[in-house]
Design a protein around this ligand. Structure first.
Ligand code: GLU
Length: 308
């Protein structure tokens, strides 16, 4: 059965960067796609700082990300939400799942499950060791959610229909980590619902996470949003541009060429001379011409990073 989104009267989109480094071209593509799609639908665009993993995030990166967004001409609606301030809401959600008997304590270390079959995103499929009870004498370290053995399907506005069986493709996944931090999967679902986000436009590196998020929404009684996953920018070697592959940070002082390149990457065919236009002019063109249907329908696309 295909899960239908609950769209609501007002389009609410968002950009949810993790402050683990400055913005780079890949994150600009997500920011731009989500912003333009919200604005051309007369919608709102929110910014949420995804610093749930406190160990990897830094306030100085958050400040740099917000400064870059402002310099590039992005204007967000409402107050910024920070996941580091939302622990109570995640705990409540976990308690709700516990009441539904969907959660079990798990004593497994990464090493213990490391040899299991890799799932859709490369992580091991949980082999179910603690699913029914903890092995004798073991203490729970993390909390996992029991996933169903049935197909979950949705229609992505860019990538088309995606179907996953969580039991087969992912396994029971962690919602509360051994170090006491809630996971991205749980936090993102709780926060999107709290912010009444009903359209999620983001990078296709998160496409395979979406069935987990739809399942969590269903389990928590939250409305599923519409999803659109944009291709992820990869370099000539086919590697995702990330801090690890040393993607060049965006230059705050010259937003127009990078915005031009991001529009081009998203299949919008900006005229060449727009690359030398003013910030106001490039935004005006982008707002007048944005079309999600022009975005390449692939999970990755190559970018020539010269000149960004
Ligand atoms: N925080 C995630 C990232 O920076 C994005 C999560 C999302 O858009 O759902 O990759």
């Amino acid at each position: 059965m295909i899960i239908e989104p609950v769209i609501g009267a007002v389009y609410r989109g968002r950009f949810a960067p993790s402050p683990t480094g400055p913005l780079h071209f890949g994150s600009l593509v997500s920011a731009l796609g989500s912003y333009l799609d919200a604005k051309v639908h007369g919608g709102e665009w929110l910014v949420r700082i995804e610093d749930v993993d406190k160990l990897r995030c830094r306030p100085e990166h958050e400040a740099a990300i917000l400064r870059t967004l402002e310099r590039y001409g992005f204007r967000w609606d409402g107050a910024i939400m920070r996941q580091s301030e939302r622990t109570e809401a995640y705990r409540e959600a976990l308690e709700g799942l516990l009441r539904k008997a969907l959660i079990f304590g798990c004593s497994c270390t990464r090493k213990e499950i490391g040899d299991s079959t890799p799932g859709v995103d490369g992580a091991s499929i949980y082999p179910g060791i603690c699913r029914n009870s903890l092995p004798d004498g073991n203490k729970a370290r993390s909390c996992r959610i029991r996933v169903p053995d049935r197909d979950i399907s949705f229609v992505d506005e860019v990538q088309g229909v995606l179907t996953q069986n969580l039991a087969r493709d992912v396994g029971d996944f962690v919602v509360l980590r051994a170090d006491g931090l809630f996971t991205y999967q749980l936090a993102v679902v709780v926060d999107d619902a709290e912010q009444k986000v009903n359209h999620i436009v983001r990078g296709a590196d998160l496409l395979d996470s979406t069935p987990r998020q739809l399942f969590l929404q269903q389990s928590l009684g939250l409305p599923p949003p519409q999803y659109a996953h944009l291709p992820v920018a990869v370099n000539e070697a086919g590697k995702k541009l990330s801090k690890q592959t040393l993607a060049v940070p965006l230059i705050d002082e010259s937003p127009v060429p990078a915005l031009w390149q991001a529009l081009n990457f998203l299949g919008q065919h900006p005229p060449q001379e727009l690359g030398k236009a003013s910030l106001g002019e490039i935004w005006e063109w982008a707002m007048a011409h944005w079309s999600l249907s022009l975005v390449p329908k692939s999970r990755t696309a190559k970018i020539n990073s010269e000149g960004i």
